[in-house]
Design a protein around this ligand. Structure first.
Ligand code: CUA
Length: 325
């Protein structure tokens, strides 16, 4: 290959790789840009471990370079024994013990006598999240696929699953916890920075595992009650085309039809940021594509295709759903 062509190719590859890395830097889903108490501790543990690894790497590389390039002088057997004892036994034992103690100190406590500020029931299903906000009077406000949380509050997530093992993870807020069929796991998180983050399913659960995400909106603590009370309000009106197509058999729209419980609650669908649990931005065009061929967008999804409906009916259903604010 011509030398200049080779250099140009290398330069193009480097620029492309850098662009790809920078494009991924939205920090919405980054454990290294913590926005929660647990995530801050995990990030400090990560950097501590990384620093320790760099020190160990430098020592090993230094020893290797010395062994290869250093002056060859005869050494006594005693020196060799000591080198093995110190470098091969004492140093790794002490080093790993320090790292272990640091890691164990950051383990979250499993139980807490203190009541959380808010409890959210999270039921993982292939491939979406059923969410229930517990109110002080014991009633539960159901929603789906988009978490809203108050800042600087302890939130207890009560995790369960209806089908296979999933894992609930909001990297910016803290560690992950499995949602396992037949049992209930509890995870507490404390957001410390208002903003929009991204949660994901972190356990392979089927063909659309990668499309099982959810936006997480952390509100200032005093603006959160406004969001929650807006979610409590039932839908203003029904729609004959939505009802006629049988959507209500699977989806509830509170105040209009409340029997459907197979799919996500749609009472305030229009106010959500995404369609299909973090799969597409919630726009009218994306919703029309979703109604026409959901399995094309999200393989294995429970939602059937409504391609057989007249186009005008699909458009009417899309307008109705976008209006459910
Ligand atoms: Cu649910 Cu992966």
């Amino acid at each position: 290959m011509d030398k200049r062509v080779g250099q140009r190719t290398i330069r193009a590859c480097c620029t492309g790789a850098l662009a790809a890395i920078v494009a991924g830097c939205s920090f919405e889903q980054s454990a290294l840009h913590p926005a929660g108490r647990d995530a801050e501790e995990l990030a400090s543990l990560t950097w501590f471990m990384f620093g320790a690894a760099v020190v160990v790497w430098a020592i090993v590389m230094g020893a290797t370079i010395y062994a290869v390039l250093g002056k060859k002088r005869p050494r006594s057997e005693k020196f060799a024994d000591r080198l093995i004892l110190i470098g091969g036994v004492a140093f790794p034992t002490i080093g790993l013990a320090i790292l272990l103690v640091f890691g164990l100190a950051l383990l979250p406590s499993w139980t807490s006598a203190e009541a959380p500020d808010l409890r959210v029931n999270v039921r993982a299903e292939q491939y979406w999240w059923r969410l229930g906000y517990e109110l002080p009077d014991g009633t539960v406000v159901e929603t789906a696929n988009e978490l809203h949380l108050p800042n600087d509050s302890t939130i207890e997530f009560v995790l369960s699953s209806t089908d296979v093992i999933h894992s609930f993870w909001i990297p910016a807020l803290g560690g992950k916890m499995d949602a396992i069929p037949g049992r209930t796991n509890v995870l507490r998180l404390t957001p410390t920075k208002p903003g929009t983050y991204r949660g994901v399913c972190a356990e392979f659960c089927g063909p659309s595992h990668a499309f099982m995400a959810f936006p997480v909106v952390v509100h200032e603590a005093d603006s959160f009650p406004g969001w929650l009370s807006a979610q409590q309000v039932p839908a203003v009106a029904g729609n004959p085309t939505f009802a006629g197509a049988g959507c209500g058999a699977c989806h509830s729209v509170r105040g209009v039809s409340e029997t459907g419980s197979v799919g996500p609650d749609l009472t305030h669908f229009g106010s959500r940021k995404t369609i299909g649990a973090g799969t597409l931005p919630n726009t009218r065009d994306n919703l029309l594509a979703w109604l026409t061929a959901p399995a094309h967008i999200k393989p294995g999804v429970g939602m059937p295709s409504y391609a057989s409906l007249p186009e005008a009916d699909r458009a009417e259903i899309a307008d109705y759903l976008m209006g459910l604010q």
